[in-house]
Write a protein that binds this ligand. Structure first.
Ligand SMILES: [Ca+2]
Length: 277
């Protein structure tokens, strides 16, 4: 673990392969991991998946604390208090744990440098999975945090690895952890041959340490929790000026979220593929 920026990753590992890919990337790139928490559905099973990867990679990562269920919010709170501005929380699953932290202690996440999320879409109409799974929690997060950095579908959808790169990764047998991740991707590719956009979460984790890979701006974001738009994230500044929108009456308009607008897709993909060559 070489990097001084400390990361706590909140993950829904076990469904799409991008959570595993991002954990593996973080370890291979020597990112400093101080905790991993699991969210959504069977969080115990997800925690087992995390431990399997941490142990397979080793090199100190096997002792990173892992928490699921109610323990997840507690580990996030504890880490914010312990590491303060050295900590970046990276949420790459639905935002239930993040909202639970805010409900338990509304000021804790402000202690951390940033909360980087994979989720939302800010420049087109799209209901992203992580927001859609629990829009109420996403709304609590957007309505509470001032240090939110959002890597949305606008940029992650540009990261299609393509068949050639998929073949390189699925054939990788360089180390035990990479082999597990390669096999997981292989199973995914067999079931979803037409969806090779598997770098959503890796980009968010990478951005937590190297923000320059994306260009971003700060905008007012509201989460739509009702009706046809449920699960969508509204970039209120693109839609109209927030101060002109009556729905923003009474809201603290200084609270904006940083949202990624563009990504050096080629640059990121090259860096990522280096891990498997
Ligand atoms: Ca995920």
């Amino acid at each position: 673990m070489e990097n001084t920026k400390k990361l706590l990753i909140d993950t829904d590992i076990g469904d799409a392969p991008d959570d595993s890919l991002s954990l593996y990337m973080a370890m291979r790139m020597g990112f400093s991991l101080v905790g991993v928490t699991t969210v959504f559905g069977d969080t115990k099973k997800r925690a087992e998946e995390v431990k399997k990867l941490l142990c397979a990679y080793g090199r100190g990562y096997e002792s990173v604390p892992v928490a699921d269920g109610d323990g997840a919010a507690d580990l996030i709170i504890e880490s914010c208090k312990k590491y303060g501005k050295d900590l970046t929380v990276v949420a790459i699953g639905p935002f239930t744990n993040i909202a639970n932290v805010i409900k338990k202690d509304p000021n804790t996440l402000a202690l951390a440098a940033e909360v980087v999320i994979m989720g939302g879409a800010y420049y087109r109409q799209y209901a992203d999975w992580n927001v859609t799974c629990d829009p109420e929690s996403a709304a609590i997060m957007f309505d509470s945090l001032t240090n939110l950095n959002c890597i949305g579908a606008d940029v992650t959808h540009l990261l299609d690895i393509g068949k050639e790169n998929a073949d390189i990764i699925t054939g990788y047998r360089g180390d035990a952890c990479g082999t597990l991740v390669a096999k997981e991707l292989d199973a995914w590719v067999k079931q979803n041959p037409d969806d090779l956009r598997v770098l959503h979460d890796p980009l968010a984790v990478y951005c937590a340490v190297h923000p320059d890979i994306c260009t971003a701006e700060r905008v007012h974001v509201a989460v739509i929790t009702e009706g046809f738009g449920r699960g969508m994230t509204l970039n209120a500044d693109a839609y109209s000026k927030a101060y002109m929108n009556p729905a923003f009456n009474g809201r603290d308009l200084s609270r904006k979220a940083k949202v990624a607008k563009a990504v050096d897709a080629r640059g990121f993909m090259d860096l990522f593929m280096e891990l498997f060559r």
